[in-house]
Design a binder for this molecule. Sequence first.
Ligand code: ADP
Ligand code: MG
Length: 390
Amino acid sequence: MNSRFRKLAPAGSTELAQSLAQMLVGQPAAVDAIVPYVQIFQSHLAPEGRPAGVFLLLGPTGTGKTRTVECLAQALHGNERHFLRVDCGEFQMDHEVAKLIGAPPGYLGHRETQPMLNQAKLNSYTSERCGMNIVLFDEVEKAAPSMNRLLLGVLDKAALRLGDNTSVNFERSMIFLTSNLGAKEMMRELMPQFGFEAVMGGGEEPSAGGADAKQDAAAKMRRIEAIGVNAVKRRFTPEFYNRIDRVVAYQPLDSAALNRILDQQVENLQQLLRSRLGQRSFTLRVEPSARALLLDKGASRQYGARELKRTMHRLLLQPLASLVAANRIPPNSLVKASHTGGSGELQLKVSFGSPFLSKPQAINERPRLVRARRPANSRLETGPEDLDAA
Ligand SMILES: Nc1ncnc2c1ncn2[C@@H]1O[C@H](COP(=O)(O)OP(=O)(O)O)[C@@H](O)[C@H]1O
Ligand SMILES: [Mg+2]
């Protein structure tokens, strides 16, 4: 490709920060921590013999730790899946590291075990837009001690020795470790009047406005960080902890943040409809009553936005797919999703002639009310992750 026309990764720190903050909702501390390291790498000033940055992302589940890495991959490489993910849950037993690095020659299984990692594979996670690769070690607290020893080498010397004695260089890697260490204690600190078990349905929202409220929030954040750091220091050796450049504690998402995440996911669904259905696409409008149901079922102070995508899939995408499969949504319709009564399902109302067309193709203005049903045979076959990928 002609380099003049190549879309390069955002070079300015403000540009990158803005693009990350737009995708990653309500976690400014994460954006502030990451951006300078990307810039140091892009200015060729990163020290040798070390990874370009090592971040430990801590905090309650469903608050965007893994999402952060996807957003950075999107910003740097234009593809949110363009990073190497090592799920530490797969390395809970000491012998399982052979899956990652391959067995040494002469050992049983040497020929069968292809290492999951090698230099070519790591290099494949750079792109024309950016020469930095992103590596995620997810849920690092689950890793066996032998895996932690390997990780220590990666964090310390940017090198991993494989079973066949070759080694992989991580100097061009931005490394993220995620963990929920200390998360329970953090929730207790944030919502002391609710026991951890009682947090299930919701909880205290940070009070809005006021200098006092801001100071309180900042003090709370410092306590949360301290809880995270202490939990990490208890679990890992000082050597390991000292190799981490930045520890970021993620905040539980408040209702404003959850609403923004819902907006993002509705927009993603609309894009999916446009890109997959083409001419047969339609406009989707999610009414406030439907939003309330989606948030009620898909988000909470305890599980963050973790279930939101799945809830959107079940309550919105599946019934829409069922209508599409039955040819019940003419092109350019407006489909309104709402929630009435206590059915726990959404109602979809199809009006022909989208208000967004310059010449409405009104076939029949009378809206059709359709009860959302699970599709028998859907043509919109996607997984919940496609809502993000659209
Ligand atoms: N801060 C956030 N901004 C945008 N989306 C988020 C955020 N937090 C969670 N989500 C949504 O919830 C899903 C699960 O979040 P994830 O990052 O996997 O949580 P965890 O903190 O447990 O790693 C994401 O894929 C995304 O759709
Ligand atoms: Mg995660």
